[in-house]
Design a binder for this molecule. Structure first.
Ligand code: PEP
Ligand code: CO
Length: 442
């Protein structure tokens, strides 16, 4: 949590936020929990993705549309190839606050307060810009509201109609192998739709063809903001954090006795818990029980981010014990946060191969345990950024400087994300073949 110099200004902002309309409705958070419960039962799969940190400067309709496009593309790849419904959750419309390992960072020999995300301070490396400013929470709220409005318009207003499957592609990926594969798949979907249409299933007759659900999520880090947007639901009398549908506890904020966990205990939204290599069952079980005493499926997702070097050793133990103790959780793979490194030229980056490898190990462990690999959590964008190494275009360290725009961690670009989509679709289809399809069994 940042410290603010002016307590009165902070209180004033909190009061204003308390009066602003909620961004999401409690009923939507409940609907998401129901869908996540289906995923816990092995009947669907979560695709969670978006920026590491949203920013005030990279805010445009195109950027929101392009993230949505790539997530829609990935979702149809998964749905079609693995015949599995996909729950789409953005790291978007509120993902502004960043946990940092160190309170200060050095710039040209000067020690400055760390950048903590646009809702807290400014990334410009000056002492003044790095002061925490409560007004930034108001700006983050309004940006989130604009983002969510556009996402709702796109997903409910015709843009996400399955007949538009060809038009979700991005201008800059036309010649990539993933895009060629996508076009072929889009052809097959179009054929299936034509057949269904002849049978009477059209955009007009079936809402699922015409529109889609898209949920929002972020790390519940800045409690001043999260608390001010927490409201009592008039239908049930329960409290919901109405700044997003799903909130998560980060690797650094998941201590059961910490303020973040205690805050989330009091709201009914679906919750994520990031699990790094130190997340043993002894540590995670008490947290699960505190947050979900009734063991409601869909309430808790464990987002495993152990890193390619640790996952094979640490994850099976966690998985076995949580499953043995009968806790109903959804297992989601975050192959990003355990695999961050510094390139020789100083850029923070991640290697595409390493990311893919961690996903493969995650699936292999679930296959061995006969459990359901319930989802994937990615830092990604619809833009053609050059932040992660490798992928079909074999991005190298020298290319990182070309379009390195992230305010925090390196993201997959649209092309790399699409490649991950095909890989996961394959793994998921194989998992269903080998371990059996729980959907069929039920
Ligand atoms: C993140 O998701 O951006 C993040 C900081 O993750 P973690 O808490 O897993 O490090
Ligand atoms: Co990150």
């Amino acid at each position: 949590m940042p410290s603010y110099n002016d307590a009165k200004a902070l209180r004033d902002v909190e009061k204003r936020l308390e009066l602003l309309p909620p961004l999401v409705f409690a009923g939507e958070a409940r609907a998401l929990e129901k869908r996540l419960a289906q995923a816990v039962a092995g009947k669907s799969f979560v695709l969670q993705g978006g920026d590491c940190a949203e920013s005030f400067v990279h805010y445009s309709a195109d950027q929101i549309r392009d993230l949505l496009k790539v997530m829609l593309e990935m979702a149809v790849i998964l749905t079609f190839s693995a015949a599995c419904p996909v729950i789409k959750i953005g790291r978007v419309a509120g993902q502004f606050a960043k946990p940092r390992s160190s309170p200060t960072e050095s710039h040209d020999g000067q020690e400055l307060p760390s950048y903590r995300g646009d809702c807290i301070n400014d990334i410009t490396p000056t002492l003044e810009a790095r002061q925490a400013d409560p007004e930034r929470m108001i700006q983050a709220y309004h940006q989130s509201s604009g983002t969510l409005n556009l996402l709702r318009a796109f997903t409910q207003g015709g843009f996400a109609d399955l007949h538009k499957v060809h038009s979700w592609t991005h201008k800059f990926v036309h010649d990539s192998s993933a895009h060629i594969a996508y076009r072929a798949l889009a052809e097959r979907i179009a054929e299936s739709l034509a057949f269904m249409e002849a049978c009477g299933v059209t955009s007009n007759s079936v809402a699922q063809v015409r529109e889609t659900d898209f949920y929002t999520s972020h790390e519940a880090l800045l409690l001043h903001y999260e608390e001010a947007l927490t409201r009592k639901d008039s239908l049930t009398g329960s409290f919901y954090n109405c700044s997003a549908h799903m909130l998560w506890l980060g690797e650094r904020t998941r201590a059961p006795e910490g303020a973040h966990a205690k805050f989330l205990r009091g709201v009914e939204n679906p919750l994520g818990i990031k699990c790094g290599p130190s997340a043993t069952a002894e540590r995670i079980l008490p947290l699960i029980d505190m947050l979900n005493p009734k063991n409601r499926p869909g309430r808790i997702s464990l987002i495993v981010r152990m890193g390619v070097n640790e996952i094979a050793e640490a994850f099976p133990k966690l998985l076995q014990q949580i499953e043995k103790e009968g806790r109903k959780v959804l297992w989601i793979c975050d192959p990003m946060h355990g695999n961050t490194m510094r390139a020789k030229n100083g850029y923070k980056t991640r290697n595409f191969k390493t990311i893919m490898r961690e996903i493969e190990i995650f699936f292999a462990i679930h296959r061995a345990e006969k459990t359901w690999p319930g989802g994937i959590h990615l830092e990604m964008t619809g833009d053609s950024v050059t932040e992660c190494l490798g992928g079909a275009r074999s991005l190298e360290e020298a290319n990182l400087q070309d379009r390195y725009h992230t305010h925090c961690d390196p993201r997959l670009n649209a092309e790399q994300a699409l490649e991950v989509g095909f890989l996961v679709a394959n793994l998921l289809a194989n998992h269903q073949k080998n371990v059996g399809n729980k959907r069929a069994a039920n």
